[in-house]
Each structure stands twice: as C-alpha cells, then as structure tokens.
Design a protein around this ligand. Structure first.
Ligand SMILES: [Zn+2]
Length: 509
C-alpha cells in the first residue's frame, strides 16, 4: 500500500468517526469468548456477555459480533471469571521443575503471590529465573523479614532481636526490594527464624514498607496459645506504621477456644472502625501444614509439659498426619496417634522424639530440605466458614506442589464444597474474594476484574461439576470442572492438561 492510499483510508476512517483504538483493533488479531455467564470479579451478579481480547489485554465486553478471521471460543453457557489470584502461595519454589504450574491452573489460579511467611526470593532472582525458564502463571512477591534477618544477623544469630544498626541495615535492603517491585514486607513471626524479633524491629521495618506506600502481611506470632496478643500486634503495626496490614491464613488453632472466631472478627472490625486497614486471607481446610516445631510455641522441644499441652490444646493427634519424615519414611501418611502406637508411646512423647530425630537427621544431612512436615488438625469447620465469609477475607491456598491438598484444591474446594454445597456465600462473592479483593489486598493493579484495559487472565468453569479432588492420599489429583484457563491472553490449560505455553510474567507493584 502506498503512503498516499494509507492516508486516504485513514481519512475515510476518521471521517466515519472511527477511533484510534478501533483502527488498532481492526488490524491486530483478536479473540472472542462467546456464550458465557460473565462473573466479572467485582461481586456484581453474573450476566450473559461476550469478551474480546487482543494480545494480553481485554478490549471490550458486551453483545459482540465476531469479526472476520477472529478466533472464537464458544463458552457453552459456562462461567467466565477473572483468573484467581492466590495471595499466599508457596508454589514459587517448584516452578523451575514444574513451569506448567498445574497445581495452580487446575484450580483456576493465574497469579500467585510468593515471599510469604518471611521467606522468599529477591526480585532480581525471580525475574532472572523466569527469563531462564518461562512459566505458565504470573508471580508477584513480598520481601521476607526472616530472609533479611538471615542476611544481616546471620543464620546462627536468629534467636535474638536485631540491634538498632541491624534494623537500619535490613531497612536498606527492604527499601531497595520495594523499589524493584516487591509488594511489601512479609513476616513469619511464629517460626523460630523470626519469633525472637522484637515488636519494635518489625514495626520499624513496617514503617519502611509504609514509606513506599506498600503493605505488611504476616503469619502472626501465634495462632494458638497467644493468638489474642498476636492479633493485637498486627493491629498495632497497622495503627503505628500507618499501612494496610493483612493476616495470613487466618485461623483459630486453640482447641479450648474453638467456635469463638466471631470474637476475633469483632476485634478486627473494631480495628477497621478505628481506621486501621486490616484484612485477612484464608484457606478452606481444618488442617494446617507446617513443621512439628510450631506445636511448641516456646521452642522448648524437649519439655514434656509443652508436648502434653500441644496434645491437649493445639492439635488432635488422631487426625493429624505426618506428611514427610526423612529419618523414617514409613511414618509418612500416618497420624501421630498411629505412630505413637507403633512406638508404644504416648503421643506427647512421640512428638518430642520425632523432633529430636528430625534434628539429628538434619545435622547428618545439612543439605536436606523439608526433613519433616505435619498436617495438623487444629481448626473446626464453623470457624473456617466464619473466617472465609468475613467481608475482608480473600481466598488463598498457602499451598505447595504436593503435601497438603490445599496446593491443588483450595479454590475449587471453596467453589464446590463451600459455595455450591454448603452455600456459605454467593458465587459472585466467592469469585470476588478470589480476584478483585485479593488484588486489592496485596496491591496488584489491572488484574482481578474482567473489564476493558485489564489483563486477559480468565478461568472458564462449570459451576455444577466444579470440585477439588486432591486429598492427603493423592495430593496432586486435579480438580473437576475447570475447563480452560488463560494467562495474559494465552490459553495455558485445557480440559485438565497444560497447553505447554508459558506466558507468565513477574508482576511488580
Ligand atoms: Zn504461614
């Protein structure tokens, strides 16, 4: 085409009142998803609509006619929602081995937020890893407090609070990470690497996060014996450091107080009324998954009184499963009570014995990772439902690739078990809690809603058949009902299979 004829066509188009966007759209290839019930992530009721997207962005929504040559996807009346955003994920570490990210895609998750519980990777290294090995999903990250402690205090100095000089050194690293796109500061205060930090240390670091208008997210200092103080600590951080604070995987893991989740929610509501932007995420299971050591809040792993306290008050040994145990792989998959029977001991004694054996194993095999993990029954369904339903809770998985079934089934479990079967909330509300609310809680922009200009991350699913299948025997069983998933405009999952496309990107704030 000559320059003159191009100019002529443009003049005609302009005279026909055609916008620049429409000219662009008419030349770039686009795709049209038709015949769907659109639940757009804002919480508003579902509606019939078609969605046009091009490249990695959504162009328009409405009653749209297909264009010549356009790629058309018939949704067959199923539900189209924004790709789910997992605000607390531990999948990141497995992406190098499993870049197709089936753990996430099979439950409709298109974006994960890593760097949780105080541990993660630095922004540059995440970006370099994606460049070296492209991935199917998007990833964002917080900066881990324990990582900062390890770097500045040293791995053998974690059993004390940081000095003023060390706090300043940690602040400098944190600031540099925030400027590179980290979403904020994450802590795992219940874990040994951070438990001995002072409230002041955490508060000063949170102030640095606030100075960059970022956020604070925390696995709080106690989820059982001292949970009331732990909730107070995070509320205080929000109040003094003046930044949004989020409680990671909110739970009530003290048997004596089961059923009292409403009191906690009331405490959080009061804080919100006082101007503190406090929110939470939650996964839909009564069992958590971590190290045996968190059952000893005072880190006195050889104290029989503390072991008996754990058995009596913080977990149920008859329903708690040892997921991994490197010193004796025969124990994996058995409950603590079963293992106690095998050893002809009381469960409290077994608890101490297992920790000692795991520590010895670690000494003999310093390179070994994840020597032991337990899935402990510490919650009740009533409290889980209360926390899931709180209007300031978004859904998360806290999952890894294998181990606890939450890694593969959290989002589909909410949609199947809790929304369709138990009807604890509307489908629109549940999807909002998996998309726009999650994006808002972690500071991700232009995702989590199906609207023009947003990224084309979608999940197409069948609300009648949707169901998690992962369990403790088969933790990687894929969910039913997730039909297709798109990330940045590219279909990455189709009928329980990866399409072997890797359009995932690092999301900075
Ligand atoms: Zn955690």
């Amino acid at each position: 085409m000559t320059q003159k004829s191009t100019l002529y066509i443009l003049t005609v188009l302009i005279s026909l009142n055609v916008t620049a966007q429409e000219i662009k759209n008419s030349v770039e290839p686009s795709s049209l998803i038709t015949n769907v019930e659109l639940i757009d992530g804002t919480g508003t009721p579902g509606r019939k609509a078609s969605i046009r997207f091009s490249g990695n962005k959504i162009i328009e929504i409405g009653e749209l006619k297909a264009k010549q040559g356009e790629d058309i996807i018939n949704g067959n009346g199923m539900i189209l929602a924004p790709g789910f955003i997992d605000s607390h994920s531990h999948i990141g570490g497995s992406l190098e081995k499993y870049p197709e990210a089936l753990a996430d895609l099979n439950q409709g998750v298109t974006t994960i937020v890593s760097g949780q519980d105080g541990y993660g990777s630095y922004v540059d290294s995440i970006k370099a890893e994606i460049a070296r090995r492209p991935i199917a999903i998007n990833i964002a990250t917080y900066t881990g407090h324990t990582d900062l402690r390890e770097k500045v205090l040293g791995v053998n100095q974690l059993n004390r609070p940081a000095t003023d000089n060390e706090i300043v050194a940690m602040q400098a690293i944190l600031l540099s990470e925030l400027k590179k796109g980290s979403l904020g500061l994450s802590t795992g205060l219940e874990y040994a690497g951070a438990y001995f930090s002072s409230c002041n240390e955490v508060l000063e670091l949170a102030k640095t996060a606030a100075s960059e208008k970022t956020r604070y997210i925390s696995h709080i200092r106690s989820e059982d014996i001292a949970y009331a103080d732990a909730f107070e600590e995070i509320i205080n951080i929000g109040r003094v450091a003046k930044l949004p604070v989020q409680i990671s995987h909110i739970k009530l893991a003290l048997k004596d107080d089961w059923g009292k989740s409403s009191n906690i929610i009331a405490q959080l509501q009061t804080a919100r009324l006082n101007g503190i932007d406090i929110t939470a995420d939650c996964y839909p299971y009564e069992l958590w998954n971590s190290t045996l050591k968190v059952l000893f809040p005072k880190t006195d792993y050889t104290n029989p009184v503390s072991a008996q306290y754990a058995v009596d008050h913080t977990f149920d040994p008859t329903q708690s499963i040892l997921i991994r145990f490197a010193p004796n792989t025969n124990y994996a998959g058995k409950t603590i009570s079963e293992i106690a029977n095998m050893r002809k001991e009381k469960p409290a004694k077994t608890l101490m014995g297992l920790i000692a054996e795991a520590d010895d194993y670690k000494k003999a095999h310093p390179e070994a990772e994840g020597v032991e993990t337990i899935a402990a029954k510490s919650m009740t369904d009533t409290d889980v439902i209360n926390f899931l339903a709180w209007s300031n809770t978004n859904i998360c998985s806290d999952g890894s690739n294998g181990g606890h079934p939450r890694g593969y089934g959290s989002f589909t479990r909410v949609l199947g078990n809790y929304v369709r079967d138990k009807k604890i909330m509307s489908l629109e509300t549940a999807i909002q809690k998996m998309t726009s609310l999650s994006a808002e809680h972690v500071g991700i922009k232009n995702r989590g809603v199906i609207a023009a200009g947003y990224y084309a991350d979608f999940v197409l699913f069948n609300p009648v058949t949707i169901k998690d299948n992962a369990n403790f025997k088969d933790s990687k069983a894929l969910s039913d009902g997730i039909i297709k998933v798109w990330v940045n405009g590219v279909c990455v999952y189709n009928e329980k299979k990866s399409t072997n496309k890797f359009p995932g990107t690092f999301i900075g704030r």
